[in-house]
Design a binder for this molecule. Structure first.
Ligand code: FES
Ligand code: FES
Length: 165
């Protein structure tokens, strides 16, 4: 049995036939659509490497069935920059050395973009750490990640930018 769903991914509408209703959004992105920026770490909702935004909300795509998001808008790391111009969160991660191996970084950045849009972290590093605690970093780049989130948040507030893309 194949199922037909429609997703808007990084601004482009896609009609997709699913052979298996159990396919996760993560596997759909990586294996069917070649959007391999979204990483598979644990594949069980524990590391955050697979974080994408679905209708503006942070989602662990390894736990999300693609079929249950029919009609949704999905934003992945590939859709964040504006051509060669990095998104402010991406630029802040570079400026603050917020990564080492980089494996967790797409998930960290998408989670940070979602967090800033939620407007809940404020200026408090502890709250940022708490709100980003679902995103693990085996390289322990947490100090730079927290600084990058706070910096990006300040810059986006100053420029009046709230939305992701
Ligand atoms: S791969 Fe999804 S949370 Fe780890
Ligand atoms: S930068 Fe290596 S896991 Fe985070």
């Amino acid at each position: 049995m194949s199922l037909s769903i429609s997703l808007t991914i990084n601004g482009a509408r896609r009609s997709i036939e699913l052979d298996d209703p159990r396919v996760t959004l993560l596997d759909l992105l990586r294996e069917r659509l070649d959007l391999t920026g979204t990483k598979k770490g644990c594949d069980r909702g524990q590391c955050g490497a697979c974080t994408v935004l679905v209708d503006g909300r942070r989602v662990n795509s390894c736990l999300a069935l693609a079929v249950s998001h029919d009609g949704a808008e999905v934003l992945t790391i590939e859709g964040l920059s504006d051509g060669d111009a990095l998104h402010p969160v991406q630029a802040a991660f570079v400026a603050h050395d917020a990564f080492q191996c980089g494996f967790c970084t797409p998930g960290q950045i998408m989670s940070a973009v979602g967090l800033i849009a939620e407007g809940q972290a404020g200026d408090d590093p502890e709250r940022v750490r708490e709100a980003m605690s679902g995103n693990l970093c085996r390289c322990a780049a947490y100090k730079g990640i927290t600084e990058a989130v706070l910096d990006a948040q300040r810059q986006m507030a100053a420029s009046g930018r709230k939305e992701a893309a």
